[in-house]
Design a protein. Structure first.
Length: 172
């Protein structure tokens, strides 16, 4: 399932998507600014918990969940958009494989102040999924995002999703 909405039925197709947001919630503190790149309609905002946060959902579809405030959803092209609000936590779930040029996306993530949480399929999907333009293998996200400012914190495998979640923290 490429896009999830708040009204889609609960079931196996949603579990992996929901897990990523519930995992991310553990890295978010009250009043953190959270950038959710490729948020779809923004259904994940609700899964981040009830604590007060400042949320910026970014997506190119231009259609937000009715539960999001207009100020919480920005219709942008992630391959070219270079403005990023000052953010504490950057989320990019099942996104990078869709971007022909992911340089801006990586730079956007690396401007976060605390955490980067990103995920991607780690099996070949190009050709099987018409929306995917890159294939990744285990450890690729760590190599792409880790640098002098960012260190690998943890990797979580999602075998049922054939995906990997990579968590990086800003070096102090």
């Amino acid at each position: 399932m490429e896009r999830i909405t708040a009204t889609d039925p609960v079931g196996p197709a949603r579990y992996g998507h929901e897990f990523r947001y519930r995992l991310a919630a553990g890295f978010i503190e009250p009043w953190d600014m959270v950038t959710d790149a490729a948020c779809g309609v923004g259904y994940g905002r609700k899964l981040l918990g009830a604590r007060p946060i400042i949320y910026a959902g970014l997506d190119s579809i231009g259609q937000r969940d009715v539960n999001l405030l207009p100020s919480e959803y920005w219709a942008v092209a992630l391959e070219t958009w270079e403005y990023t609000p000052v953010t504490d936590v950057f989320l990019g779930f099942e996104t990078i494989e869709h971007l022909h040029d992911y340089g801006c996306y990586v730079s956007m993530a690396q401007r976060a102040k605390k955490w980067i949480l990103v995920s991607t399929p780690i099996v070949p999907t190009v050709g099987a999924n018409p929306h995917h333009v890159h294939d990744f293998k285990p450890g690729d996200l760590r190599e792409i995002f880790e640098n002098a400012d960012w260190e690998h914190y943890q990797t979580v495998q999602q075998p049922s999703e054939l995906s990997e979640i990579t968590i990086l923290r800003r070096r102090t």
